[in-house]
Write a protein of this length. Structure first.
Length: 317
């Protein structure tokens, strides 16, 4: 077990270092021990998953470079300098949010390459507007940001007239959330031909889409305890109850967990532990709090079940 703990530590050792937090191997062991007889199993499975879903600071920098390279190629900029002159990197999120951190990293990347900062190109007319973020979960934050931006300064008209482009560059995207985002924008503004998007990691969590990997935690109904079934039935939410459980034949091929059997075991352990934690809450429980993470309070599910971690935070979805 110690070997697994050491391997986990090597992956996540930069987690929140910038906040003065330094995880130790003892911390990892303590986390695992909350699962009692399943401690070793959970550490093994978490190690398997972390190799796929942990984004270090160095990984984030690589992702930003990939976005820049993709923008230059896709929008046919003749040079890096031309790209910077014609691109506006949107700052729509409050200070302290991921967007501001990524923009600071991007600015450092640009300075390392040509000795200039993003601000040095601020006065040049722009044809490409880029919205950066680390994760799109439900899509609500990005949708609200974009609606507000599109309704300002004739941005919507310029996109419709194809005089500017809007590009969403998100490191990690949920397919269900992306579908909601694009559908919501289309409902409000119609087809936005000059809206593009790119991402580095996809969480395929839309149960109704064909052949999704379901690289999240979403349990099957068979074998669930009476407590789990009663919890779901008592939720006052009314939408998407058919998204609470996955079909036993989903995913078609297991590529995320170490095996189909270990997926079921892991998901059930997490679900039971999440339900236990919720039952420890004294006082009112916010309706968006669920055993497998936050979700729209109108959704009758156990939560989003997201497994994606960055060096800055763990999404609460």
């Amino acid at each position: 077990m110690q070997e697994k703990i050491e391997a986990i530590y090597e992956i996540i050792k930069d987690y929140r270092n910038e906040d003065g937090i330094f995880i130790t191997q003892d911390d990892i062991q303590t986390w695992g021990e909350q699962f009692g007889p399943h401690t070793e199993f959970m550490l093994n499975e978490v190690l398997h998953l972390l190799k796929q879903v942990y984004l270090s600071k160095a990984d984030a920098r690589k992702a930003l470079q990939l976005f820049v390279d993709n923008h230059i190629q896709h929008y046919k900029f003749p040079s890096f300098e031309s790209y910077l002159e014609n691109t506006c990197f949107l700052q729509l999120q409050p200070k302290g949010k991921s967007q501001q951190v990524l923009l600071k990293m991007l600015d450092e990347l640009i300075f390392d390459k040509n000795g200039h900062h993003i601000q040095d190109y601020a006065d040049h007319p722009k044809t490409l507007y880029v919205y950066l973020d680390d994760i799109l979960a439900t899509g609500g934050t990005i949708r609200n940001d974009l609606i507000k931006w599109l309704e300002q300064d004739n941005h919507l008209k310029k996109i419709q007239e194809r005089t500017i482009n809007l590009e969403l560059s998100i490191i990690c995207v949920h397919t269900w959330g992306l579908n909601f985002l694009l559908f919501g924008l289309q409902q409000k503004f119609g087809t936005l031909t000059n809206l593009g998007y790119s991402f580095c990691y996809t969480i395929q969590n839309h149960l109704k889409f064909y052949n999704q990997d379901l690289n999240i935690a979403i349990p099957v109904k068979e074998g669930q305890s009476q407590e789990v079934i009663q919890y779901l039935s008592k939720l006052t939410a009314e939408k998407y109850e058919d998204y609470a459980f996955r079909n036993e034949f989903q995913p078609k091929q297991e590529v995320f967990f170490s095996s189909p059997e270990n997926r079921i075991k892991y998901e059930n352990i997490l679900l039971e532990k999440g339900l236990y934690i919720i039952n420890q809450i004294r006082g009112p429980i916010r309706p968006n709090i669920r055993p497998l993470g936050l979700i729209n309070p109108k959704y009758k599910t156990f939560g989003l079940g997201t497994h994606f971690i960055t060096w800055r935070n763990v999404p609460n979805n």
